[in-house]
Design a protein around this ligand. Sequence first.
Ligand SMILES: [Ca+2]
Length: 176
Amino acid sequence: MNQSRVNSAGCVPAGQEGSPVPRLLVENLINYTGEIFLKSFCFNCSGCGGDLVMQSGAFNSPNYPDAYPPNMECVWTLRSSPGNRMQISFIMFHLQGDSDCQNDYLEIREGSSAGSLVGRFCGASLPSNYTSVTGSTVTLHFKSDSAVGGRGFLVDWTAVKDSGPPPTITPGKTKR
Ligand SMILES: [Ca+2]
């Protein structure tokens, strides 16, 4: 990482090259829908945004699990290979909440940071899991204003094979 670009909050201004990739502290194997993925977990990452080209991983808001700093802007771009879709899960989510998420928010977009907006989230409710519709790249954009913070968020993602529409689950029936 290029230290000269990193400010006191351990962050790099969004959109610049050299954004730090979160440190990978723990790696283990998990069984996920019958396939083995190398799953990387990231804890206490101080990074603010980055271009994450991996099949799976996790990232968190700056300073997590402590409160995120004010006046942050971080953009994470999650990229996988063509033919995959990105599946995003929220493990923890706590931002300042207001009705329009004007103060602090996390936005999800399909594709690059100029892609179509999936949703803007704030407050203490865990956003629903999301699977990309149009491709193998998803961008998450976090912004905090000058006052009132929260504990931040922890996001986990996995690339899944694009095999057509998602499976439907019929309640009360178990597929064997
Ligand atoms: Ca705020």
